[in-house]
Design a binder for this molecule. Structure first.
Ligand code: GN1
Ligand code: MG
Length: 349
């Protein structure tokens, strides 16, 4: 059975027998559409890139090609899941319905949606550290910027300020508590801006979307590689550490409405730090090594800003499945930041 949304021509161009191919929705990403393709010749992942968000899909395809070439030469044993070419040799397939690519499904692998153990967090952090480390000789400036200012906190704060003056008046009125909390925490922005002028913080090849479902695990539950490479760009390591902290530390996700369930799991915090350092210790400066806690504050704060901004602008970026969805997400992230800050001394002792 073929989902109506997938063009038949695409399946033919990749050599799939349309009547023997099953395409079914896969994963939970907010931005791109993902399907699993089960065909006579194996399993694949098909994705349609959201070109409202990623305005230069060719830049993404080019990035993946350069990284793949570099790694084949310099780290041949590294498992890099690159898109496969169609019968015309293209790794990006386009028509009027959108831009697509197909990845091989890594045999025997599975993804995890929620971090349940410190071992999983350690394994994932090690893989994200390894990714940046194997690419330490690759000039990050060669990469296309697939999302300009994506993790630039100064930019995100400016967007937030714009939204609290020009956004939906009713929503601004009703969000006073959240708005004030985020304004009061603007020292997190100032520290980021100081970091941008500090040569002790290096720009590296950074993943920028380190949630646990972007790590593949094998049958023995060992983390084997990272996937979802559209946001691979030059960046700071705090982006990758921060998004792991944001998404692995609590036992519940950003969707949780019962804020009393939003907590910080200390063992997971240490597992992220240790897993990442197991690959990156020699690469990071002292100033960077002292910034793990800040990384968590930075990213949780930025995500709270982004959700609240989107709520005030009527959900135009993330969408909403119920009234007030992005405000709930923002309050969840604000709570997470508060729980984190309460534990600062225990976590950084
Ligand atoms: C988006 O699409 P997804 O779920 O991988 C967003 C991330 C946010 C995340 C919050 C390109 O990621 O930055 O952290 O939602 N990606 C983009 O759930 O904006
Ligand atoms: Mg993603």
């Amino acid at each position: 059975m073929i989902t109506d949304m997938i063009p038949d021509q695409l399946l033919r161009d990749y050599g799939f027998e349309t009547d023997q191919t099953v395409v079914s929705p896969f994963g939970t990403g907010l931005i791109n559409h993902t399907w699993r393709v089960t065909a006579g010749n194996g399993m694949f992942i098909l994705q349609r890139i959201n070109t409202d968000v990623f305005k230069d899909p060719d830049g993404i395809a080019q990035n993946l090609r350069s990284l793949d070439q570099y790694l084949k030469q310099h780290a041949p044993g590294y498992l890099f899941v690159a898109p496969v070419a169609d019968s015309n040799g293209q790794t990006l397939w386009k028509d009027h319905t959108g831009c697509y690519r197909i990845f091989p499904f890594v045999k025997g692998s599975h993804a995890v949606t929620v971090v349940q153990t410190a071992d999983q967090a350690f394994g994932a952090a090690k893989q994200f550290g390894r990714f940046t480390k194997v690419l330490s000789g690759f000039d990050a400036r060669q990469l296309s910027i697939t999302l300009p200012w994506f993790h630039d906190l100064g930019y995100r704060f400016a967007q937030f300020q714009e939204a609290i003056t020009r956004g939906d008046a009713g929503r601004i009125d009703a969000s006073g508590e959240a708005i004030r909390f985020l304004q009061d925490q603007d020292r997190i922005v100032h520290r980021y801006q100081a970091m941008q002028n500090d040569p002790a913080f290096r720009i590296r090849v950074t993943h920028h979307d380190t949630k646990i479902s972007n790590v593949l695990f094998n049958e023995k539950n060992q983390a084997v590689c990272v996937v979802d490479l559209d946001t691979v760009m030059p960046g700071y390591f705090i982006s990758d550490i921060g998004d792991m902290m944001r998404t692995y530390l609590p036992a519940v996700s950003e969707e949780e409405k019962d804020l009393s369930k939003v907590d910080i799991r200390e063992d997971i915090y240490h597992a992220i730090v240790d897993g990442y350092l197991s690959e990156m210790k020699d690469e990071l400066s002292e100033a960077e090594q002292s910034s793990f806690f800040y990384a968590a504050e930075f990213l949780i704060y930025m995500q709270a800003l982004r959700f609240l901004t989107d709520h005030l602008l009527n959900d135009r970026y993330y969408g909403a499945s119920y009234e007030g969805h992005n405000l709930v997400r923002a309050m969840n992230q604000i709570t997470l930041l508060q729980r984190l800050q309460e534990k600062k001394h225990i976590l950084t002792h």
